[in-house]
Design a protein around this ligand. Structure first.
Ligand SMILES: C[S@@+](CC[C@H](N)C(=O)[O-])C[C@H]1O[C@@H](n2cnc3c(N)ncnc32)[C@H](O)[C@@H]1O
Ligand SMILES: [Zn+2]
Length: 310
């Protein structure tokens, strides 16, 4: 299957990274190498310019390796970006000059029916980016009703989370839930008629299960301080998020890094000694322009936040 993925906010990401041709950069989510290829083009191998491209999905690693084969400055690694410290240590790299994270799933993963991410195609319930560990089938058939309900609500704000969880538990008592379309029918069956008529009524529940299966928020939370510790002075971290839960994690961490003194306001002098570690540039999230939103509807919910280390 051809791996088509339009890189989101490509121009904005390239300018956010302020690429030095002799610098060392990391793309923590290489996917189909859309961003990576353009970053690699701006690096000078002879001057020491390097791009490390990571993905936890072995299929993405294969595709990206093929697409980047003519760029000696780029190397592709099968790795989770939350293992960045380990990876850099193994490559004897102390600090990097910039890093990009383009979070979530790729269009390839969504469109590849057998990966089981999509409620549109029938396939075994899987959704594992890394193709290892617990699958969507395990979550749907083994979590308690309370766990399912909490997970669906927390990760998607689905109003009918409780009804959907109850329907899943009811159905799986008859037989295990095995495929994406079986699950989609159960979700729709649990919703009132008006909600069922909405565009993609299953989208939120599928998103919640995917976030759970891949531990997406945990990996992001665990990675940020490690990434920070590996940034050179002046290096930039650019992160594209696709929903408010991810965006909140990034926003709060950037705020923490940028904040100086954390002493209570009524203290006459600073006793914490905390100083700002960098700045957000710009101060708020960048959104795709109207043209990109029109050409690529998937970009609509994307937000890019950029941090520069002092
Ligand atoms: C939105 S796509 C990236 C697309 C890429 N920027 C491009 O232009 O082709 C996200 C990719 O990140 C990978 N991914 C998600 N979470 C990851 C993690 N914690 N560590 C490594 N890769 C991850 C997914 O497997 C997927 O291939
Ligand atoms: Zn203070």
């Amino acid at each position: 299957m051809e791996f088509v993925h339009k890189p989101i906010m490509l121009t904005e990401c390239l300018s956010a990274l302020k690429i030095d041709p002799a610098g060392i950069y990391v793309d923590g989510t290489v996917g189909g190498a859309g961003h990576s290829k353009e970053i690699a083009k701006r690096l000078d191998y002879k001057k020491g310019g390097r791009l490390l491209c990571l993905d936890r999905d072995p299929d993405a690693v294969k595709t990206a390796s093929e697409r980047l084969k003519d760029f000696p400055q780029a190397s592709v690694h099968h790795s989770n970006f939350s293992e960045i410290v380990c990876l850099l240590d193994s490559l004897n790299i102390d600090k990097i000059d910039g890093m990009l994270l383009d979070l979530g799933v790729s269009s390839f993963q969504l469109d590849c029916a057998e990966r089981g991410f999509s409620f549109r195609n029938d396939a075994p319930l899987d959704m594992r980016m890394s193709k290892t560990g617990k699958s969507a089938k395990d979550v749907v058939n083994e979590y308690s009703e309370a766990e399912l309900s909490k997970m669906i609500f927390t990760y998607s704000e689905e109003r009918f989370a409780r009804k959907i969880a109850a329907a899943i538990v009811r159905e799986r008592q008859k037989k295990p839930i095995e495929t994406t379309l079986e699950l989609a029918e159960i979700i729709k069956g649990a919703m009132p008629a008006a909600a069922k008529r909405e565009k993609n009524p299953c989208k939120r529940t599928f998103q919640a299960i995917r976030i759970e299966v891949n531990g997406e928020l945990e990996h992001l939370k665990n990675a940020l301080d490690d990434i920070f510790s590996k940034l050179n002075s002046g290096a930039r971290l650019a992160i594209i998020t696709f929903h408010s839960l991810e965006d909140r994690i990034v926003k709060q961490k950037y705020k923490e890094w940028c904040q100086g003194c954390t002493c209570p306001k009524d203290f006459p002098i600073c006793v914490c000694g905390n100083t700002p570690k960098g700045k957000m540039t710009p101060n708020k999230a960048i959104e795709p322009n109207a043209e990109e939103q029109e050409q690529n509807p998937r970009s609509k919910c994307a937000r890019l936040r950029v941090f520069e280390k002092l």
